[in-house]
Design a protein around this ligand. Structure first.
Ligand code: COA
Length: 378
């Protein structure tokens, strides 16, 4: 920390609290709470739709509220035909995060009540976005693969519908449960980079689509949502579990960061990674991908031994998504398809605080520089 111009500069805003929230708490000692509930108590006991209701309303739903949330989410999965057309015109080799970022902005043009920024309309808008992001992701994938675009089924749960729209086949019970857990574990995570970006935009009282577009923009970076795609590249690069040691030692020797490891807040490991490791192991066992899982375990052991750091959510998310048949370029869009719940909850919370987020900077440039006319500049 340096003090300059009588201002405190904290590099990367590390440990600076830039908002007050009731939505989630990231405990450095290795726990994550959603509206007061430890995720260890929620995973395996609730479905993703219950978490959606919890994060948006700060309370778990009763049966009627859950039924309503489920019905609404399924009915809101349909996207405007202009968005489908735009997806069809998009380059087939674009990064899916770029497509999602563009279409989120585009979706704002079709809001039925663009001038209504009441909290009740914003909650409906949030549910609509929570439903539509997975559809945009799935539709773009189907279009890229030159496959038919599918419609969600009323009788399916949300995670089940997402897998169905994306892969075009009926998922079995374990796949649905795995996807549901993946979505629950990615639903929110305090003031991470994307949520902060969304809150900054919302703090200008800009609209929800603009705020979510800002949030999606941060996922293009490899230090945030882009890490899991690179984890997969690394797992493919390492030929066998036996090669792990030399591969990781080589990367560390070259001063490279190992993707999917380390965390700004957690000091003793990321609780989401513990859950996803179990889900990933089980999926790898049944899909004949145990070599992949063993490579991951080997990497975890070497990185921990050498750097004393733990895997974060992105490490085992890569294993889970790969075993579910999701191509690595779509890993970050799958993250976004769940984190949209947290983003919209935080955006609504930010509106209720209505304070402009506008920090300052410490100036480290020159003073009193002598002006030189253009014809004399070298
Ligand atoms: N591989 C190797 N070393 C790592 C590392 C990694 N993934 N993550 C942190 N470190 C080391 C750093 O080199 C640094 O060591 P040093 O003090 O000897 O220089 C120390 O741990 C602190 O790292 P730093 O990058 O300063 O921490 P941060 O809080 O700024 O960054 C992350 C947190 C997540 C950005 C960082 O751990 C990282 O880049 N991880 C890889 C990307 C990733 O998985 N992102 C997803 C996050 S959920």
């Amino acid at each position: 920390m340096t003090i300059n111009n009588e201002r405190v500069y904290v590099r990367g805003l590390k440990d600076v609290a830039a908002a007050q929230t009731r939505i989630s708490f990231v405990d450095p000692l290795g726990a994550l709470y959603y509206s007061g509930y430890d995720i260890d108590r929620l995973v395996g006991r609730v479905c993703y739709e219950e978490v959606v209701h919890l994060l948006l309303n700060n309370k778990l739903p009763n049966q009627r509220e859950l039924d309503d949330t489920k019905t609404l989410l399924t009915s809101e999965m349909k996207i405007p035909k202009q968005i489908v057309k735009s997806l069809k015109r998009a380059p087939a080799n674009a990064h899916p995060v770029e497509i999602l970022r563009t279409e989120m902005s585009h979706l704002g043009e079709y809001d039925p009540h663009p001038n209504d920024d009441s909290e009740s309309t914003n909650k409906k808008r949030a549910l609509s976005l929570i439903a539509k992001v997975p559809t945009i992701v799935a539709n773009y994938h189907r279009i890229r693969e030159k496959q038919e675009i599918l419609r969600p089924k009323k009788e399916y749960g949300f995670a089940e519908n997402f897998l169905y729209l994306f892969r075009g086949k009926v998922a079995d019970k374990e796949e649905i449960e795995s996807m549901d857990r993946f979505m629950i574990l990615h639903a929110d995570h305090g003031l991470n980079a994307s949520t902060f970006a969304g809150r900054v935009t919302a703090s200008t009282l800009s609209d929800m689509y603009s705020a979510v577009t800002s949030a999606i923009g941060t996922l293009r970076g490899r230090l945030h949502g882009g890490a899991s795609e690179r984890v997969m590249n690394m797992l493919v690069d390492v030929n066998s579990p036996e090669e792990v040691e030399a591969y990781i030692q080589g990367m560390l020797f070259d001063g490279k960061k190992i993707m999917g490891f380390g965390h700004r807040v957690y000091l003793r490991g990321d609780p989401r990674a513990r859950h996803l490791r179990k889900v990933g192991k089980s999926l790898c066992e049944r899909t004949g991908k145990m070599a992949l899982y063993r490579k991951a375990r080997g990497i975890q052991a070497v990185v921990h031994r050498e750097k004393k750091i733990y895997p974060n959510v992105d490490f085992y998310a890569a294993i889970v998504l790969n075993a579910l048949g999701v191509p690595s370029k779509f890993f970050a869009p799958f993250f976004a398809s769940s984190r949209i719940t947290g983003w919209t909850a935080h955006i609504i919370e930010q509106y209720s605080d209505s304070v402009l987020i506008r920090p300052t900077s410490t100036y480290i440039g020159a003073y009193g520089t002598k002006f030189v006319p253009i014809e004399r500049r070298v």
